[in-house]
Design a protein around this ligand. Structure first.
Ligand code: CP
Ligand code: NVA
Length: 309
């Protein structure tokens, strides 16, 4: 594993190794045990979109590991003025030990990896959000005691979150169901792969998808970059909501997860959100631990091999 560009690139074993490392790092953090595995290392964080969790958890994660992180807003670097990614990749590779990038096109992330010579981590594109799903898997395993055998249901827009959840869920042996409007289904190639490699369904029937769910997951109706479509999207996604009726057809002990930020009254009711706040905010916390595992694996070199196995 040289980069984290998308979860499809990782084997089930690699995913589970990262989750084991994340569990260990969480235990150490909660018990005040410090390990500066990345002493002297610098992570560049390129952001072409907003962020609370991703920015703060990567920055704190690098600090915890003895390194440092640089916030590089695309609007305030030459990236925003059109400097080609091929050049940015080669320049930043001479200064930094790794790059985390949040942007629109998956191709930009892939090209950073292609032209640069340091590890690249995808901090969200329109196509996928692998860091979020590593934290989600960690949270499901923490609360349910296992991953394989659970039924994971995603309700909402079939874009970045849905795409990564399908891949992460199927790779770790979960049954995955997606409930979304026919016009907003996940990536066709990912759905084809999921159907061939596990138990997968995609339907516009929310109740059918949520029946006997162990984990219910939702995300905003209008993603970053789609703010201008918000009114239209409210009509398209009306009803694609985690509410008490949906919870009633899921298993009685079903978990609820949300990548956040949440819009109460749209994709989730305030009542369900508050009833499952422990799970949702554990999930947010786990961004820190899961990403530290990724950083140690990618930037840590040989000295940290033990931690990842
Ligand atoms: N879930 C997530 O990626 O949050 P931010 O947009 O705040 O980073
Ligand atoms: N689908 C959302 C996820 C935010 C973490 C977005 O892209 O804005």
């Amino acid at each position: 594993m040289k980069h984290l560009l998308k979860l499809m690139d990782l084997s089930e074993t690699e995913i589970l190794e990262l989750l084991n490392t994340a569990d260990q790092l969480k235990y150490e953090k909660h018990n005040g045990i410090e390990h500066h595995h990345l002493k002297g290392k610098t992570l560049g964080m390129i952001f072409s979109k907003s962020s609370t969790r991703t920015r703060v958890s990567f920055e704190v994660g690098m600090y915890d590991l003895g390194g440092q992180a640089l916030f590089l807003s695309s609007a305030h670097t030459q990236i925003g003025r059109g400097e080609p990614v091929e050049d940015t990749a080669r320049v930043l590779s001479r200064y930094l030990d790794g790059i985390m990038i949040r942007t629109f096109e998956q191709e930009e992330v892939e090209n950073l990896a292609k032209y640069g010579s340091i590890p690249i981590i995808n901090g969200l594109t329109d196509y996928c959000h692998p860091c979020q799903v590593l934290a989600d898997l960690m949270t499901i395993r923490e609360h349910k005691g296992k991953l394989a055998g659970n039924k994971l249901v995603f309700i909402g827009d079939g874009n970045n979150m849905a795409n990564s959840l399908i891949v992460g869920g199927i790779k770790t042996g979960m049954e995955v169901a997606v409930a979304c409007p026919k016009s907003h289904q996940p990536d066709p190639e990912i759905m084809k792969w999921a159907a061939e490699n596990g138990k997968f369904t995609c339907t516009d029937d929310i109740m059918a998808a949520c029946k006997d769910a162990d984990v219910l997951y939702t995300d905003v109706w209008a993603s970053m970059g789609q703010e201008g479509e918000a009114a239209e999207r409210k009509k398209i996604f009306e009803g694609y909501q985690i509410n008490s009726e949906v919870m009633a057809v899921a298993h009685a002990d079903a978990m609820v997860l949300h990548c956040l930020p949440a819009h109460r009254g749209e994709e989730i009711t305030a009542e369900v959100m508050e009833a499952h706040a422990d799970e949702i905010f554990d999930e947010a916390e786990n961004r820190l631990h899961a990403q530290k595992a990724v950083l140690v694996k990618l930037l840590g070199g040989d000295s940290t091999t033990d931690l990842c196995n």
